[in-house]
Design a protein around this ligand. Structure first.
Ligand SMILES: [Fe+2]
Ligand SMILES: [Fe+2]
Length: 275
């Protein structure tokens, strides 16, 4: 079944909680959008209505069953590609909650089952990998910004605009990584930078930028593989989208190098003076 990005985010968050609660929703959904997304997940039996405890967010009130909240079902883990062995116990706990009436009295509290250490260490590895990518992006922003301003100073207005736009796109990539790391309850490391390689002329700048893009492209592919292993589909989708951008960046840089080879650096640069 095809799940939207929003549905994947909602399910992924629920599957990571010890009680598999769908609430709180970690993605902002305007107006009736939340009801639509959750209604569709209910129809697909990926989440289920269960009696709400006092601290739970109420999904709806039923005349016979009272206040109801939502929990992720085992099928949700399957849909996300999460290893069933590490979540089975939790899934059963959630399913059983639905079957039994709400317990009364103070002794009714059940202790959340500890999460598997194997899954946790992979999750930590994924957060660290996202921080490695963040360092690549922050380095790229600085390198592109300096190259862009050097081109402006030389009067290569076309290159200046193009490279400036590239720096802004890398900033958007960094923003997505920071947002994802925070969602996964990690700490975004914005204090790490790789070596910044500033070229003294345009051909060297293009070569240095291409080298950095190849490094980023490989790191994104490694991270996509790891997100797949962890079963984190929303992170994998996000990384795949950015990897496609990096692919296009490599393409553009190689095109510039081809043009320089074919028409010579003087003619190439004289074409860059107009916006
Ligand atoms: Fe990037
Ligand atoms: Fe890039």
């Amino acid at each position: 079944m095809a799940l939207s990005d929003t549905q994947l985010v909602v399910l992924s968050a629920a599957c990571q909680r010890p009680d598999r609660s769908v609430y709180p929703l970690t993605t902002k959904l305007p107006g009736g959008a939340a009801a639509k997304v959750l209604g569709s997940l209910l129809k697909q039996n990926l989440i289920k209505e269960v009696q709400a405890k006092r601290e739970d967010t109420v999904w709806r009130e039923d005349k016979k069953r009272g206040r109801l909240t939502l929990r992720a079902m085992p099928a949700a883990s399957k849909a996300l590609g999460i290893d069933e062995a590490s979540t089975e116990g939790e899934a059963e706990t959630a399913a059983n909650t639905e079957a039994k009436p709400a317990r009364s009295g103070k002794s009714g509290k059940s202790k959340p089952k500890p999460r598997g250490t194997r899954a946790d260490s992979k999750q930590a590895k994924l957060i660290e990998m996202l921080n490695v990518l963040l360092a690549d992006e922050l380095t790229a922003i600085s390198q592109y910004m300096v190259h862009s301003e050097m081109c402006a100073n030389w009067g290569y207005e076309h290159l200046h605009k193009k490279i400036e736009a590239r720096a802004i796109q890398e900033m958007k990539h960094a923003e997505k990584l920071i947002s994802r790391i925070i969602f996964l309850e990690g700490t975004p490391r914005v204090d790490r930078l790789n070596k910044i390689n500033i070229g003294p002329d345009v051909p060297t700048q293009l070569a240095n930028d291409l080298e950095a893009e190849h490094v980023a492209w490989k790191a994104y592919n490694d991270a996509i593989h790891l997100a797949g292993e962890v079963g984190d589909a929303p992170t994998r989708n996000m990384l795949e989208g950015t990897a496609r951008d990096e692919d296009a960046h490599i393409d553009w840089l190689e095109e510039q190098q081809d043009q320089i080879k074919q028409i010579g650096v003087e003619l190439y640069l004289s074409n860059q003076t107009k916006e």
